[in-house]
Design a protein around this ligand. Structure first.
Ligand code: TA6
Length: 285
């Protein structure tokens, strides 16, 4: 694949990383998992993406941090505990531990445009016939589009998420805005609660908000990270906090203090008819 002038390819540990540097921003994408590792706009030179200092870049283990692509299921496979054959299925689907192929790479006035595709969209746990592509546009903003096309004869249902880890200075200072209504709390057996206002963080947070805001903002004093979403039926908010951070080998013990996952997601079961397409999009500003 011919790289555009704004791109170069490097190897880090055991993964290939595309480094993008244009007049608007710099960024890094691992071909393993089509996993965005960094996005830094040049107007403020502030890194938006959090990557664990303990992340394994061995080309086998899901990378801790960045933007994991969850597809064609989110979280544990829905049948994981009902059938022995599904017990060993990985969380968050089949494609975040695949090596993706770069299909196109071009420079435009608004930035660098890259399209990636996984080697396969087939596997135990998903019976659909799908074309999947991931479109990344690195400009003043970072636009991520996960496009699923049904190329089979039968309608299929799937779920997906752009599981973005955002970097923050201090989670205790963060205020989240843009969410409202009911959320399912994974720390409380998926019981339903109401979105707090103001939305602050003081402990493990693992919530599926059932609203579809076009914009969510992480504010910390005068620093704001704006997250625009399309094609979602929910927004997932996750911070593992201290005990979980210590328990995860690929997470710095104090990593929870400087990260917050805001995930543009379709978690409630997205149906796609033959020949139809669904796009899940997150734009980071
Ligand atoms: O998105 C939140 C979540 O589903 C949490 O429950 C936690 O499991 C997190 O994803 C990380 O999942 P992972 O498989 O990457 O360790």
């Amino acid at each position: 694949m011919l790289l555009s002038a704004s791109c170069s390819m490097t190897t880090r540990d055991n993964i290939e990383v595309v480094t993008i540097n244009n007049s608007h921003a710099s960024a890094e994408i691992s071909l393993f998992g089509a996993h965005l590792l960094s996005f830094k706009p040049k107007h403020d030179n502030r890194e938006r993406i959090w990557l664990s200092g303990e992340a394994k870049l061995d080309g086998k283990t899901a990378i801790r941090g960045g933007v994991p692509i969850c597809w064609p299921w989110f979280g544990d496979h829905p049948l994981k505990n009902t059938a022995a054959e599904y017990k060993s299925l990985p969380s968050h689907g089949l494609v975040r531990t695949q090596c993706w192929e770069m299909i196109s790479c071009s420079d435009t006035d608004t930035g660098t445009h890259i399209v990636l595709k996984p080697k396969s969209t087939q596997g135990l746990g998903f019976s659909g016939k799908a074309n999947l592509s991931f479109i990344v546009e690195i400009g003043k903003q970072c636009s991520l589009s996960l496009v699923t096309q049904n190329i089979g004869q039968d309608t299929f249902s799937y779920s997906c998420a752009l599981h973005t880890y955002f970097t923050v200075n201090n989670i205790n200072q963060c205020v989240l805005s843009g969410l409202s209504g009911a959320y399912l709390d994974k720390t409380q057996g998926m019981e339903t609660f109401n979105t707090p206002n103001p939305y602050r963080f003081s402990g493990e947070t693992d919530r599926v908000h059932l609203c579809q805001p076009s914009q969510v903002v992480i504010a910390e004093d005068n620093i704001k990270t704006t997250i625009h979403s399309e094609g979602h039926d929910s927004i997932v908010v996750w911070n593992p906090w201290q005990v979980k951070s210590v328990s995860m080998q690929d997470m710095d013990d104090a990593g929870y203090k400087t990260m917050l996952c805001i995930e543009t997601a379709s978690t409630q079961g997205q149906m796609i008819a033959p020949d139809k397409t669904h796009t899940l999009k997150q734009v980071i500003k």
